[in-house]
Ligand binder design. Structure first.
Ligand SMILES: *Cc1c(COP(=O)(O)O)cnc(C)c1O
Length: 575
């Protein structure tokens, strides 16, 4: 496979995302959305899809997390030097924002696929001496600042992004893919190209349709309260009343508020949720739009631990360029699965000791729970009944738990949840070891999803649109114990790929009922299997890889975007 699309004007898809995880050590991501964007582009490079990525550079990152002995989170800027890692580009464009001209430049990071094809990712930067000091800071912090800061950032991403792609010679983009609503202002930039900025308020249905034909929107948010919104007054200030006039023509400002999700919906020809159930939930939220679904995935080569990479290379060497081959892991001897897992587990426990001083016994069932510390993820569900937990550990078999995850700096509920885990850890001392690793990132995610014996997920339904960390675990043969929400509704084959907490039909939800179900599964099914029928447990691991590792990857996901969402890439679809 050669890179037939290295000329800018041969790229057909521009993928816009507020965050993109390019490398574990570059702080340009906060969580699942950014990791998904990075994984998707890594698979695009593998498949030689003619795509480019667009995001912001975030010179001060999201943040580094420190935790004190009580679990209080402190945030520190994650300062890095783009000039040491990224390729500078000389192109500069400008955008009028809040009455000032803001100059924007781009850095390039190039992802290289398995057969040498490349995907350029452009990271926009406003830290130029020509800019007002306030504008120079616009690309410093991911999800930082107040509403005016966020809106100006989103204008830089969406409107600046479209302009800079043009200046760079990307003149044949047929698909502007909005990965979540943050970049939705790009639709206004496209409209502006057609009719001019001062005339946006006079946009006709044909003008709007011409933009619609070029946009693809993936929504990741299952609850309206979480949609990205801005007061109309602020929108006028930031992008100017002339441009904002189009929002009235298109009814994207109910209650005098710009709803970025509505803007994206109105201007997109293809709309999808990120798991089949999330598609259904979204159709309920947007009954006037044809919302499809493409279930998320993870980049297999990025997330398989070294020991599993070796195992797959021995048995199904084609897996690197065709993840479907992981289906044949069903024929790999159980002993080899166990051995690879033992290696991954030792690697995790060694890093755990180094980072926290905690010594975990590799012969004990190790449960991991790690993801953004947001209230709906319910890190504390496991600790609903501490006496019951102690009793299970004492009577059925020991287990130990590793936690990780950052709370958004303004999320007090999330921060309180972290403290709650620390308090539970103290109460359980002597019965169940519980450790919280600080500064959860891609590196820890790789160690934890491969080194744990059980991946725990307890979101409040239906808030988990998809979830992806359980998919990383599956690629490493680690089964999930999870609430039936997001991808797990598709991925759970009870007793074969893991176990469900509660039932999908259990409505309304009941925290107590779910916790009881969690304890029952641990006590009656998982611990007995782990300690008394190790071959049975290894069999679950093998099915987890064969059934879920082979499917919940970004290669399959990219194929589905090519078949269902993108136009103009026909030659690049596999098969
Ligand atoms: C994969 C990943 C996530 C997403 O986890 P979910 O289970 O989808 O919540 C978050 N943070 C990091 C660092 C990850 O690698």
């Amino acid at each position: 496979m050669t890179d037939s699309s290295s000329l800018p004007n041969e790229r057909r898809v521009a993928y816009f995302s507020m965050e993109i995880a390019l490398r574990p050590d570059l702080p340009t991501y906060s969580g699942g959305l950014g990791v998904l964007a990075g994984d998707m582009l890594r698979s695009a490079a593998d498949l030689a899809v003619p795509i480019v990525g667009v995001t912001l550079v975030y010179r001060k990152g999201y943040f580094r997390q420190r935790l004190d002995a009580q679990g209080n989170q402190q945030e520190e800027p994650a300062i890095w030097k783009p000039e040491e890692v990224l390729e500078p580009l000389t192109t500069v464009i400008w955008l009028e924002l809040a009455g000032r001209r803001v100059q924007i430049r781009a850095w390039r990071y190039t992802l290289t696929g398995i057969a040498g094809a490349t995907v350029p990712v452009y990271l926009l930067d406003t830290d130029l001496p020509e800019n007002d000091p306030a504008d120079r800071e616009l690309t410093d912090y991911l999800y930082g600042g107040d509403q005016p800061y966020r809106l100006r950032q989103e204008a830089v991403l969406g409107m600046g992004g479209v302009k800079i792609l043009n200046s760079l010679g990307h003149t044949s983009i047929e698909n502007y893919h909005l990965n979540e609503g943050h970049s939705a202002l790009l639709t206004l930039a496209l409209l502006e190209q057609r009719i001019g900025s001062s005339r946006l308020g006079t946009a006709s249905e044909a003008d709007i349709e011409s933009v619609r034909q070029r946009c693809v929107f993936t929504t990741h948010t299952p609850v309206p309260a979480a949609f990205d919104k801005f007061p109309r007054e602020l929108v006028n200030q930031v992008i100017g009343a002339d441009r904002a006039a189009v929002l009235d023509v298109t009814a994207c400002c109910p209650d005098n508020t710009l709803n970025m999700t509505y803007l994206a919906l109105r201007f997109s020809r293809y709309i999808n949720g990120v798991a089949m159930h999330h598609g259904e939930v979204s159709r309920g939220l947007f009954p006037n739009y044809p919302v499809r679904a493409i279930t998320n995935g993870v980049h297999a080569v990025t997330w398989a631990a070294p020991k599993f990479q070796e195992l797959y290379d021995r048995h199904v060497p084609e897996w690197r360029k065709d993840n479907l081959y992981l289906r044949y892991v069903v024929g790999v001897p159980l002993e080899e699965i166990r051995e690879a897992h033992a290696g991954a587990k030792l690697a995790l426990l060694a890093e755990l000791k180094q980072a926290t001083g905690a010594e975990f016994d590799p012969s004990i069932l190790t449960i991991a729970f790690a993801r953004r510390a947001a209230a709906y993820k319910r890190a504390d569900l496991l600790f609903t009944d501490l006496e019951r937990l102690k009793s299970i550990a004492g009577h059925v078999g020991p287990f130990q738990v590793i936690f990780g995850g950052k709370a958004h700096p303004h999320d007090n509920e999330g921060k309180e949840m972290i403290r709650g885990v620390f308090r539970a850890a103290q109460s359980l001392a002597g019965n169940v070891k519980v450790v919280y690793i600080p500064d959860y990132d891609m590196r820890w995610a790789q160690l934890m999803t491969s080194g744990a014996d059980l991946w725990l997920n307890t979101p409040h339904r239906p808030f988990e649109a998809s979830g992806t960390s359980g998919m990383k675990a599956a690629l490493n043969g680690v089964p999930s114990l999870s609430i039936l929400d997001g991808w797990w509704i598709e991925g759970c084959v009870e007793g074969s790929t893991g176990w469900a907490i509660g039932k999908e039909e259990d409505l309304p939800e009941d925290h107590g009922v779910e916790a009881a179900s969690l304890y029952d599964k641990l006590e009656k099914v998982i611990l007995p299997l782990f300690y008394r029928r190790p071959d049975g447990f290894a069999e679950v691991m093998r099915y987890t890889i064969a059934l879920n590792g082979s499917f919940f990857n970004t290669e399959r996901m990219m194929d589905q975007y090519l078949s269902n969402a993108y136009t103009g890439c026909a030659n690049h679809s596999r098969g």
